[in-house]
Design a protein around this ligand. Sequence first.
Ligand SMILES: [Zn+2]
Length: 264
Amino acid sequence: MKFVQAAKHGGAQNRVTRIVIHGTVSPCVDGGARNVARYFRSDRAGGSAHYIVDPGETIACVREGTVAYHAPPNTDSIGVELCDPQKGPASRWRDDNHVAMLKRAAVLVRQIAARWDVPLRRLSAAEVKGGKRGICGHVDVSRAFGQTDHTDPGTAFPWDDFMDLVRGDEEEPAPPKVVVRDGVPQWPGRTLAVADPMQRGDDVKTWQAKMSKRGWDIDVDGWYGPDSRTVCRGYQRATGLPDTGEVDRATWEMTWSWRPPAAT
Ligand SMILES: [Zn+2]
């Protein structure tokens, strides 16, 4: 996925309470996401979002572990912008471009939810206000907290269809199997990261089990979440690797080749 850093963003966030759906007020066309990303990157931008989706592409603009300025109060939320003019007949949401974009956005939202253990349910404004966890529109955040008057993604947004797509069972790529050679689990060929769409897997569990065995305080649950990232950073610092918080090839191989003197 292409990443174009947005100019406006806040500090770190370590949990996600809600995933917020927005409408960009721009055309639902291929290249629409790039245009909005270019705007977010510029000094003119008043806000930002973690992702922008158009019919053919998804662009990330703010890392999920960083606060984006999309629907205040922003902390502990993820903003997903859908390219839509926010005017015209409600039936536009059923045209080819919108349908392609909704499918793309639904897969993204499901992946974000899996990464942060967000339930796949739509929240009312009252539930947003009550701190419930789930998926909502910018309009619900506006109503809950009154910090913006934005009403996107609009009354025509097909919430029921979208939530069906989010909960759907479209094929997701299976995480790689770990191959053990001479007793050593081999690099699975992908970086384990909180931002990775395939955050669960055998390889994650294998790495967690090794770290746990080495005395690190980590749950061996096969889910590479913020806790795994923290342990990874600690291990990388202890071993002199760049502390990215992501288990790349060097970190994976170091995990089986060298134990740092002080694993704390
Ligand atoms: Zn919005």
